[in-house]
Every structure is written in structure tokens, then in C-alpha cells.
Design a protein around this ligand. Structure first.
Ligand code: ZN
Length: 210
């Protein structure tokens, strides 16, 4: 457990240093036993210690004496319940992904790397107040067949089989978001066809298997 906590702290600090989220916004978790370990509520990542990382069960229970989890623990729980392949989640308020999300729009196949999120586009979950069951529901629907999505007027979320991959995917979503915003400055970008994206997706799945 100590090793996973240290890893969560390490990647939380990287949320700041890689400019994915400032100060204490965003949150990170990793599946552990019949629940998950998650960053605490309201603490700056730079000051995090192992004892600050909170365990939450898949029933949503935690020991308040041991710490209060991030106020956004609900959607982490619901992703772990609904996505068996999810072992780690990175949620960030990264600038470019958030900027697109405030227009309540996702990212189309303007670049083949969009397939990194698991489909031909990256969806944007509908807005709901942070920490609510309603937001979880919207996120799960945007994650249908995907490993990452934007969250309207909020940010982005990415999950993977481990923390290093989840963090990399969140960084990729932020990078794609910047590229998409930049391409929009020149007008409407040409979108790759669904047929082409299916080719890319089958290539990347073969790549994963190989
Ligand atoms: Zn958030």
C-alpha cells in the first residue's frame, strides 16, 4: 500500500510540474483491494505525505479519522465499478482541455492521435455540479468505449491499467486539445473519416497486443 501511495503522490506533484493542474485542483487515484486510494480534499500536492492519501471502498465508505478524500471521489468510485480495466484515474483541470470543455464540445478526428482515448473522437461529458452522482453518470456516458473524456465547464479525465499510462493519456488529451484549438484558429480543420479512424484504431489495438 505504501508503494501505491508514494506513486500517487509522485504523479500528483507532476500534475503541477507538467502544468496539468495548478495547486490542488484535479485528483489522482489507484485501485486498491476492494476500493481505491485517492488524493485528499483541499491539500496542496507539494505538501502531500503518505498518510494523506485516503482509502475509499467501492461502497463509497471511508474512515474520516484517517482523512477526507477529494470531493470528487464519487466519479472515481463509479469508474472503478463500471470499468473493470481501470486501475488508475487521472483527473485534471488542464488549460486547453478545459477551454474546449467550456464550449460543451468534444474533440473530433482532426488528428489520428484522438484514437489514443479509445475511439474515433473524444466526447465531452455534460455539465453537473462537481462531486455529484449526476456528474458521475454524465462522465460514464462520455466514457462509453473510451478511456478519456472532457467534462463540460470543468476539465478532463483519463483512466488506464496503471498510473503511468493514465497520466500519459491525460497529458496526450491536453496536447491534442492545444493542437485542436490551434487548428481552429486557421478555420475549420479537415476531419479524418470514420473509415480511416477505424483503421487507426485497429492498428493501435494490434500494437498494444504486440
Ligand atoms: Zn475537478
Amino acid at each position: 500500500m505504501r508503494k501505491i501511495k508514494a506513486e500517487i503522490i509522485n504523479y500528483s506533484k507532476m500534475l503541477n510540474s507538467r502544468k496539468l493542474s495548478a495547486l490542488r485542483s484535479g485528483n489522482i487515484s489507484a485501485r486498491y483491494k476492494d476500493g481505491f486510494l485517492i488524493t485528499p480534499s483541499g491539500k496542496k500536492y507539494s505538501s502531500l505525505k503518505n498518510k494523506d492519501i485516503v482509502f475509499v471502498s467501492l461502497e463509497g465508505k471511508f474512515d474520516k479519522k484517517k482523512g477526507i478524500p477529494s470531493t470528487e471521489w464519487q466519479f472515481h468510485k463509479d469508474i472503478y465499478i463500471n470499468k473493470k480495466e481501470a486501475n488508475a484515474i487521472v483527473h485534471a483541470h488542464s488549460t486547453n482541455a478545459t477551454a474546449i470543455s467550456t464550449h460543451k464540445r468534444g474533440i473530433p478526428s482532426f488528428h489520428y492521435m484522438v484514437a489514443m482515448a479509445g475511439g474515433h473522437d473524444i466526447k465531452c461529458a455534460k455539465y453537473a455540479t462537481y462531486g455529484t452522482k449526476a456528474l458521475s453518470k454524465n462522465i460514464l456516458s462520455a466514457l462509453n468505449g473510451r478511456k478519456a473524456c472532457l467534462i463540460a465547464n470543468h476539465g478532463q479525465i483519463a483512466f488506464e491499467e496503471n498510473l503511468s499510462k493514465a497520466f500519459e493519456l491525460a497529458e496526450e488529451v491536453e496536447n491534442i486539445s492545444l493542437q485542436y484549438i490551434t487548428s481552429l484558429k486557421l478555420g475549420k480543420p479537415k476531419i479524418l473519416s470514420l473509415k480511416e479512424m477505424k483503421k487507426v484504431l485497429s492498428k493501435s489495438q494490434n500494437y498494444k497486443r504486440g
